[in-house]
Design a protein around this ligand. Structure first.
Ligand code: SAH
Length: 211
């Protein structure tokens, strides 16, 4: 169920859908997704599908994790990545296997604690997690990031996040227009923000406050 053959099948499926970054494919092949879901769902961990992780939240579909990670890698290897919405920590683990420094925030304490435990078990020491509302950005306001990835949908990009993105930095997030959601890439140029709409997606909403 969680065998190498099952994982290889997932990689083939991702390639068929246009994921072509070898580093991303290699990391997805290696990171044990079955350790990030409930044991009862572990046999489905290498299907290309979102799965429930409790508290009304979901672990993102592997294709989406791969696609967002690939988007963060365009324009070279950044140093620091801020993730809004740690959830079960799977996307965080994928990022931590590629980028030097990962910062990730989660507003549901139980998920934050579980993710912290799992990431420590995988010995991913280049990750810093915080239990906080990501709408306010990373809790230390003087921090700046080369990339920001948001794994929950919002109608407007939180101001604090724009402020924490380095010039030349890239933010990848789902934007909800009230009808549907679009994966969007925002680049912070010298003249301001450049926004590109990519594909239609389905994410849980970005919610304010702590839980
Ligand atoms: N990458 C995660 C996705 C989880 S779903 C995974 O694959 O498991 C999105 C996550 O964003 C949820 O855990 C949800 O609680 C979190 N979230 C929503 N609004 C948030 C906010 N304002 N600040 C931080 N996290 C938030």
């Amino acid at each position: 169920m969680t065998s190498q053959r099952t994982r290889d099948r997932l990689i083939t499926r991702l390639q068929e859908q246009g994921i072509d970054n070898e580093q991303v494919l290699d990391v997805i092949r290696r990171v044990p997704r079955h350790l990030f879901v409930d044991e009862a769902l572990a046999h489905r961990a290498y299907e290309d599908t979102a799965l429930p992780i409790g508290y009304g939240q979901t672990i993102s579909q592997p294709y989406i994790v791969a696609q967002m990670t690939q988007l963060l890698l365009q324009d070279g290897m950044p140093n620091s990545v801020l993730e809004i919405g740690t959830g079960c920590g799977y996307q965080t683990a994928v990022l931590a296997n590629i980028f030097p420094q990962i910062y990730s925030v989660e507003r549901i304490e139980a998920l934050y604690l579980l993710a912290k435990k799992r990431l420590a078990e995988l010995e991913l020491y280049n990750v810093q997690l915080r239990y906080t509302d990501g709408i306010e950005g990373w809790p230390n306001p003087s921090y700046r990031f080369d990339r920001i990835i948001m794994t929950a949908a919002c109608s407007e990009i939180p101001e604090a996040l724009v402020g924490q993105l380095n010039e030349g930095g890239i933010m990848v997030l789902p934007i909800d227009n009230g009808i549907d959601q679009t994966m969007t890439r925002i680049t912070r140029g010298r003249e301001g923000l450049i926004s590109e709409s990519l594909e239609k997606v389905v994410f849980v909403p970005l919610l304010p406050g702590l839980n």
